[in-house]
Unconditional design. Structure first.
Length: 451
């Protein structure tokens, strides 16, 4: 792992998880000047297929104590100052319509002076605010940051290829002028498309001389769409979603061991023996629902997020921290500290405990000389579930090598360990029940390796 952590790193206080919508969490200042910041890098609004105005989405995160947010609408960046939506009785259909319920709540929350409407006969239209307008209204230096972003949304020969680019206020060429989903067919592979998208985002960032982050989204959505080999073939992809709402489709009965964690370990095992950079895991909501009835369910707010340790709440500091792996993903477990000390090749984890909660810490690795064989299982289409080929990897990949009950644990890399990562589970149930979503509240550290 390329993370560079100082030996004998001090323990940094974590941030309390605040569920009350009216209370915002403040970052905790550590003695060495770094802080934990809670952030969300995947959410939607009426600019694509979210069911809320961007202000409603932003306010939901801000009021729940998040420190940074990136709305990532499908193939769209909100910069058109003349984008009007008709207000209708219901929000049904896809993409959703602006419902009277959400419009009335919008006016009540933000005031008639802010909301812009026009009429055409009996119909009312409302203008969606741009990124620049919402940024000016909501951002508070040192307390809340709004970053620009887009979700590249494509299907290639029926396979969903979705990727987010963060902190780039623009549309990259591959999706310029596209609908919310760009349908592609042809001889290219998913890896080819992933690489093309990554190159265009990198070029855009270089032209703007801006820090950015590029990640692969929900590999198991719709159903095993992205496989480990796609990211083994694209070592330039450094981030993927280890948790994003799960799937409505159950694991294949002959591939029970093929989980999102196994996906992650397979990519990193092969990357390590090829001398490539490790893949980091992000937790995301992929939020679409912000009304009181759905905001706390699947696709609402608070499914999964990232905790980033940085010196300041700026894109430069946050994204630099993530690039070096100084963050973790969570669905509810918070950490006081996680650090890999290069001098002694040891990963140390300390949980920020909640009263009455028990914790179990797993250390996971793959050893040199692992069995590289891959078995492919044909999964035919059934109902809404598409046909897929499911890869099954050796049990050598992603082995639990140490388990500790409690709030503190450490693991020292052995000579044949390719990397190590930690998964921390509590005995509190997960937010909801869904395939490939954790059954209990969980946190994932980033993989670490010696040089």
């Amino acid at each position: 792992m390329k993370i560079e952590v100082k030996p004998n790193l001090r323990i940094v206080p974590g941030i309390a998880l605040i569920l009350a919508a009216a209370v915002a969490a403040l970052p905790v200042q550590a003695a060495d000047g770094v802080q934990w910041f809670r952030g969300q890098l995947h959410a939607h609004s009426y600019w694509s297929d979210g069911r809320a105005f961007p202000e409603q989405a932003i306010d939901a995160y801000k009021q729940r104590g998040y420190h940074f947010l990136c709305l990532t609408d499908h193939n769209r960046f909100p910069e058109d100052t003349g984008y009007w939506c008709k207000v209708t009785n219901e929000d049904g259909g896809w993409p959703p319509k602006v419902s009277h319920e959400m419009f009335d709540a919008y006016v009540q929350s933000f005031g008639e002076d802010w909301v812009e409407t026009r009429t055409d006969g009996p119909d009312t239209y409302v203008r969606l605010k741009t990124y620049a307008e919402t940024k000016a209204r909501f951002e508070e230096p040192g307390n809340f940051l709004l970053m620009p972003g887009v979700e590249i949304t494509q299907t290639l020969n029926g396979v969903a290829v979705h990727q987010n680019y963060i902190n780039l206020p623009l549309i990259v060429p591959c999706i310029t002028g596209a609908d919310l989903v760009l349908t592609l067919e042809g001889d290219r592979t998913a890896a080819d498309l992933i690489r093309l998208n990554a190159i265009e985002a990198r070029q855009a960032a270089a032209e703007r001389q801006a820090p950015y982050l590029f990640m692969l989204n929900h590999p198991f959505w719709v159903y095993y769409d992205i496989v480990p080999q796609n990211l083994i073939d694209c070592p330039e992809i450094r981030f993927f979603e280890v948790c994003n709402g799960g799937s409505e489709f159950a694991p294949h009965p002959q591939a029970q061991s093929y989980t999102v964690g196994k996906f992650w370990d397979a990519v990193n095992a092969f990357r390590r023996i090829q001398g490539q950079d490790l893949l980091y895991g992000v937790g995301s909501d992929d939020a679409h629902f912000y009304d009181p009835q759905r905001i706390d369910g699947n696709g609402g707010v608070g499914d999964a997020w990232v905790m980033v340790r940085a010196e300041a709440l700026t894109p430069e500091h946050l994204l630099a921290a993530m690039q070096r792996g100084d963050f973790y993903a969570s669905t509810g477990v918070l950490l006081e500290d996680v650090a890999f000390t290069a001098a002694d090749k040891t990963l140390r984890v300390k949980v920020k405990p909640e009263e009455g909660t028990a914790y179990r810490i797993y250390f996971i690795t793959t050893k040199q000389g692992f069995d590289q064989a891959v078995t492919e299982i044909a999964s035919p289409a059934e109902g809404d579930r598409p046909a897929r080929t499911v890869p099954v990897y050796s049990e050598d990949i992603g082995r639990v090598v140490k388990t500790v009950d409690g709030t503190e644990a450490e693991y020292t890399l052995e000579a044949d360990d390719l990397y190590v990562r930690a998964c921390i589970e509590s005995n509190r149930p997960g937010k909801y029940t869904r395939h490939f979503y954790p059954k209990v509240q969980t946190a994932w550290t980033q993989p670490c390796a010696s040089e």
